[in-house]
Design a protein around this ligand. Structure first.
Ligand SMILES: C[S@@+](CC[C@H](N)C(=O)[O-])C[C@H]1O[C@@H](n2cnc3c(N)ncnc32)[C@H](O)[C@@H]1O
Length: 268
């Protein structure tokens, strides 16, 4: 099979495509990455060039293919209990909310394959001791959401799960499932996932005590960041918390949220 090379002009088309679809800004340094991520798909679709594939996406009659291209162009790296200080804070907040009768609600707003949402659920189930809770995960990529709903992961991905939680919430695969874990059914069925593009008006999601918006703003330009953050902040309860990635900041993006520590904010 001969290799097709992506031209500068074709790359510009895909830069515009992913910006329009997801608000993601890709610098010209990403040309090889885009070419690599789409190469197999371009050939599978029987296309002779990236330009031809772009025309298919732009034709307006290829919604499923547009979703596939978005899936391929998004970066989905994640892991359980990423940035432990956020989970320490969540533990404190949940422990203080034990007496509440209203569900303690947390949103993993760019959940990728679900590790973040299940880490949150483990902490809530442990610390709330029977008080009601609700974890909601969302992402633009349908492919990662399928994996999130399955809650089935290779064992190597579980190294950051505290041993007590691993024992309590993860089933070890046997036989053909050896080398994998499955999030225990009781926990798994209490975490809901939905496809949501944060770069568009939000569906009705309700109000949250804590929102995790981690490691996704890095892909947005300032304007998109501002709009996405405004939309999400509107869904946080007064006094609720907003957590972002450690390399991200709300500086110049939103000054209504009060910084408590780097990457941790509180809504007044
Ligand atoms: C690097 S992962 C971060 C996962 C997790 N929050 C963490 O910090 O480990 C970024 C995720 O953001 C999602 N994403 C990118 N643009 C998005 C958008 N416009 N709306 C919703 N999700 C988006 C991607 O599909 C990807 O799964």
């Amino acid at each position: 099979m001969s290799m097709i090379i992506i031209t500068d002009q074709e790359f510009t088309s895909f830069q515009r495509f992913i910006y329009d679809a997801a608000g993601i800004t890709m610098s010209s340094a990403k040309k090889a990455l885009v070419g690599g991520r789409l190469a197999k798909r371009v050939q599978q679709c029987g296309m002779r060039s990236y330009g031809e594939y772009f025309h298919l996406l732009a034709s307006g009659n290829a919604a499923t293919e547009v979703q596939t291209a978005v899936d391929l162009l998004t970066t989905n790296e994640t892991y359980f209990f990423r940035e432990t200080k956020h989970f320490d804070l969540l533990r404190e907040l949940a422990t203080a909310a034990r007496k509440r009768t209203q569900p303690f609600r947390v949103w993993s707003a760019a959940s990728s394959t679900g590790e973040e949402a299940y880490s949150i659920a483990m902490v809530l189930e442990d610390c709330l001791q029977g008080a009601p809770w609700d974890v909601f995960g969302s992402d633009i990529s349908t492919r990662v959401l399928q994996r999130a709903r399955a809650g089935h992961y290779p064992v190597e991905r579980t190294t950051h799960i505290p041993p007590g939680y691993l024992k309590r919430f993860c089933l070890k695969g046997m036989g053909a499932q050896q080398g994998t874990i499955l999030i225990e059914r009781g926990l798994r069925t209490r975490v809901q996932f939905q496809e949501i593009n944060l770069n568009a008006p939000l569906p009705q999601v309700g109000q949250f005590d804590v929102v995790f918006l981690r490691n996704v703003m890095i892909y947005f330009n300032e304007d998109t960041k501002r709009q996405v953050v405004d939309r999400i902040v509107a869904q946080i309860k007064p006094g609720g918390h907003f957590l972002i990635g450690h390399s991200e900041s709300l500086n110049g993006i939103n000054d209504a949220m009060k910084p408590l520590a780097p990457s941790i904010y509180r809504k007044p």
